[in-house]
Write a protein that binds this ligand. Structure first.
Ligand code: ANZ
Length: 817
């Protein structure tokens, strides 16, 4: 009889569901384990086989800790606001909620068909008003704390589509849809002051069990730079000063020109008449580039001279002021002193525009040609008056001291991290709960009793054409009459997709709470997340934003922890034919197909067996079939063709005990280390071993099934039922005990100890043979065994034994002459 995965898998899924066996237990006397997946965006195309990779890892872990007696929180939900549903609504006129909830339905069905042990009673969706009530509430707290404010920032404006576009909708300066030109224009946006948390976000990384590479990405993104701000006077513009930020104040004597960002507010003032047209043209050119394009190092440098000169404060040299797009308005002060001798970008620029290069740090290598390239290494300061002879660090200290005394500058710390642009001019997002007056001034945030602020029905999901959200066209929703009769206006911007995902892990802890975001005591029990699994692509978005919100909530006494995720793991990608699997590449494979052909257990075990969880792996159908064969062999080992148990009570041999206990030990440790592929390999070794010895011992095979169950839960439940449930209590009965809730077996170390050992025998330090002796054998026994070895015997023949050196379990050495 073939392995009936199609019948048995849905049957066990139904029992689990009907009996609610994965509902989270909250008896606080037990230890807890919170295993979290990055919740998916419920796309219309459904899951592909890449999704279950991380989900299976957390599911095995959850099932394991549950069997170990922990209270396990293993929830799932939906990151449900976002562009694709909005786009669909624009295209079809259908409400985005309709597509979103249909996709959720489909995702859920697919996840269930893989046998994940989620506690679905805690399901959340970010687009549900009961959920975004609290997303909006957090916003009002941010507002009260001065951490939400409005500012003019550059957005992607497409004049043809008459809308603001998200970064992901802009490809090389053109709209993704239609390929129309997109410009960077300033617009008033809500911003969140994540920069106030830069230092803490940086420092607290050290405490986390995260991949070092992800920590490093966050550190670089936060980008702490220690340096100085220096003020430069401008010739003919006495009232103006250019303030620059530099990490190399030691090179001040080498500053031979200045560069302002094209958007710098001083540009208009200081550009001389005849250069104005050229400057204006360049500013327009630069406005079409994204910051990313601008920071690309290999691009040819461009720029325009303003016609004005700054005065280098240390030597009164007149140096020209240029504008160039390699200087960003959003970083430091938006202006730099250029030191072409020691900065690569400045050097390229100086060569291109024929600007002076003055070396102020000596190169160790005499043949170094400063006209050819920038010198960026250590050295002694030269050509710098009172700094000459110092090393770089000492020169930095001295020049800063000098600048402070002369009131020309100061020490300064700058972060690359920018405040979080929190406004979207879209319909399908959380409305920002703010009231404004007729002039657009902010009056107040919504009170808690006024939340949630829900979305109105609209006729059209198209943005309005003046850069505003479709909400602005719904007068009845926007306008409110205040008590004194004056009109007030609801903010029409909505929040970005990453709002809900910045705190959803807190809501799972207490999803029905209508009074607070979550009960503090419950949060205290469950937080932080013990294991968070998801893609590294979220390293600087979601994973930074959610750390920021957690810290804010910690500061206002809502959340008991200051970091959300203690341990973070990124699953690798699954590739097919060398490319990342995705629907858009046409190489996506749906788990439904795999489950149909091989079953959910095969899918789960195969994905875990492909290789280490964190590595990129190639999908291989023949290996999938191999895993399916392994599970079929397990089934046939337990059951006869008629589906009857083949197990018996005949005593097991020592060898069988040994392989069982070894396997329990290895699988236990491997699950805790998320090394699932090696755990599976060990279970395969076990099966081979008992198949060879024809061990059908019930106790041994019972324990094996238990450790297999987190990996292949359906088959394990089936075999457990058929072979170990004595009185055939029905799984529907309240007395039934599922393998999924059984107690994880422990191993007995005594069984594992190898009682024989192989050691090498040397004569005068040279390897002459090997002997197999009992573990911890005495020297007498070792020597006796060595004397049985023909090679050792032959070598010693005719020699006098001078000394015997024996290290138990390691080596035996004879010194003989
Ligand atoms: C003079 C200098 C000499 C610089 C030298 C570097 C080397 P990080 O480390 O990334 O913080 N800079 C400052 N503001 C900038 C802006 N808005 N756009 C582009 N570049 C900017 O880099 C700081 C350095 O980047 C600063 O130090 C400045 O160039 C440049 F041998 O000043 B430096």
């Amino acid at each position: 009889m073939a392995y009936q995965h199609k019948q048995l898998e849905p049957r066990w899924q139904k029992y689990w569901k009907d009996k609610n066996i994965f509902i989270t237990n909250e008896d606080k006397s037990k230890p807890k384990y919170y295993a979290l997946d990055m919740f998916p965006y419920p796309s219309a195309s459904g899951l592909h086989v890449g999704h279950p990779l991380g989900y299976t890892a957390t599911d095995i872990t959850s099932r394991y800790y549950r069997m170990k007696g922990y209270n396990v929180l293993h929830p799932m939900g939906w990151d449900a606001f976002g562009l694709p549903a909005e786009q669909h609504a624009i295209d079809t006129g259908e409400h985005p909620a309709k597509l979103t909830y249909a996709s959720i339905e489909n995702f859920k069905k697919q996840l269930d068909s893989i046998g994940f042990s989620y506690d679905w009673s805690r399901e959340v969706a970010t687009c549900d008003p009961k959920f975004f009530h609290w997303t909006q509430w957090i916003f009002t707290k941010l507002f009260e704390k001065g951490l939400a404010y409005q500012a003019e920032v550059f957005v992607n404006w497409c004049p043809v589509l008459k809308t603001v576009l998200a970064n992901e909708e802009v490809i090389e300066g053109k709209s993704e849809r239609g390929g129309h030109p997109v410009f960077r224009v300033p617009m008033k946006q809500w911003m969140l002051k994540i920069t106030s948390y830069a230092e803490r976000l940086l420092a607290d990384l050290d405490e986390l069990d995260w991949p070092e590479s992800t920590k490093e990405i966050q550190r670089n993104w936060i980008g702490k730079s220690i340096g100085a701000k220096v003020k430069f006077a401008i010739e003919n513009f006495e009232s103006e000063k250019i303030e620059i930020f530099t990490t190399r104040p030691d090179t001040l004597f080498g500053a031979t020109y200045m560069v302002l960002a094209p958007e710098h507010p001083l540009v208009n003032n200081i550009t001389i008449e005849e250069n104005k047209a050229h400057i204006a043209e360049y500013r327009e050119f630069a406005s079409r580039k994204s910051d990313l394009d601008r920071t690309e190092l290999n691009k040819e440098k461009t720029g325009v001279f303003t016609g004005s000169y700054a005065i280098n404060p240390v030597n009164n040299e007149k140096i020209p002021i240029w504008i160039s797009d390699y200087v960003m308005m959003g970083y430091g002060t938006g202006a730099i002193m250029a030191v072409p001798a020691h900065d690569t970008r400045d050097h390229e620029f100086a060569l291109k525009f024929n600007l002076k290069i003055i070396q102020v740090v000596s190169a160790q290598d005499n043949s170094f040609d400063i006209q050819k390239e920038a010198y960026t290494n250590d050295g002694e300061i030269i050509n710098s008056h009172f700094l000459n002879g110092l090393n770089i660090e000492a020169a930095k200290d001295k020049i800063i001291q000098y600048l402070v005394e002369k009131n020309l500058g100061e020490k300064s710390i700058t972060y690359k991290l920018r405040d979080w642009v929190f406004s979207r001019q879209r319909y399908w997002g959380e409305p920002i709960p703010i009231m404004k007056d007729a002039q657009g001034n902010v009056l107040r945030a919504f009170k808690e009793s006024e939340l949630p602020l829900t979305l109105p029905e609209v006729q059209s999901y198209e943005p309005t054409g003046d850069g505003k959200s479709p909400l602005s066209a719904i007068t009845s929703w926007v306008q409110k009459k205040a008590k004194d009769g004056t009109l007030e206006f609801v903010e029409t911007d909505t929040m970005p997709g990453s709002a809900g995902s910045s705190w959803y892990f807190l809501r799972y802890v207490d999803p029905f709470n209508s009074k607070q975001l979550a009960d503090f005591e419950k949060l205290k029990y469950w937080m932080p997340v013990d294991l968070y699994v998801g893609g590294q692509e979220h390293a600087v978005g979601h994973l930074l934003y959610s750390r920021f919100w957690t810290k804010v909530l910690f500061d206002i006494g809502i959340c008991p922890v200051k970091e959300p995720y203690q341990k973070l793991v990124h699953q690798g990608m699954i590739c097919k034919n060398g490319a990342k699997m995705s629907k858009s590449k046409g190489n996506g494979l749906s788990p439904d197909e795999v489950i149909d052909q091989y079953g959910a257990d095969s899918l789960r075990v195969y994905e875990m067996f492909m290789g280490p969880l964190t590595q990129t792996k190639e999908w291989d159908d023949s290996n999938l079939a191999g895993v399916h064969r392994f599970l079929s062999r397990v089934e046939r080992f337990y059951l006869s063709d008629e589906g009857k148990s083949l197990l018996n009570s005949e005593p097991a041999t020592q060898q069988d005990q040994k392989v069982l206990h070894k396997t329990i030990k290895k699988v236990t440790e491997d699950i805790e280390n998320l090394s699932f592929n090696t755990a599976i390999a060990q279970m395969m070794i076990f099966l081979n071993s008992v198949a060879e010895s024809q061990c059908k011992n019930k106790e041994i095979l019972n324990k094996f099934l238990q450790i297999l169950s987190p990996f292949a839960p359906h088959l394990s439940e089936e075999l457990w039922y058929k072979c170990f449930v004595e009185e055939k209590v029905s799984p529907e009965s309240s007395k039934y005990k599922f393998i999924s809730l059984s107690e994880w077996p422990s191993y007995n170390p005594e069984f594992i100890i190898d009682n024989e050992i192989k050691i090498g025998v040397q004569v005068n330090g040279k390897h002459r043979g090997e002997i197999t002796i009992p573990l911890n054998a005495s020297q007498e026994i070792a020597v006796a065994a060595a004397m049985e070895n023909s090679n050792v015997k032959a070598t010693l023949e005719g020699k006098t034994l001078r000394k015997t050196i024996y290290v138990a379990n390691r080596i035996l050495n004879f010194v003989a002459t």
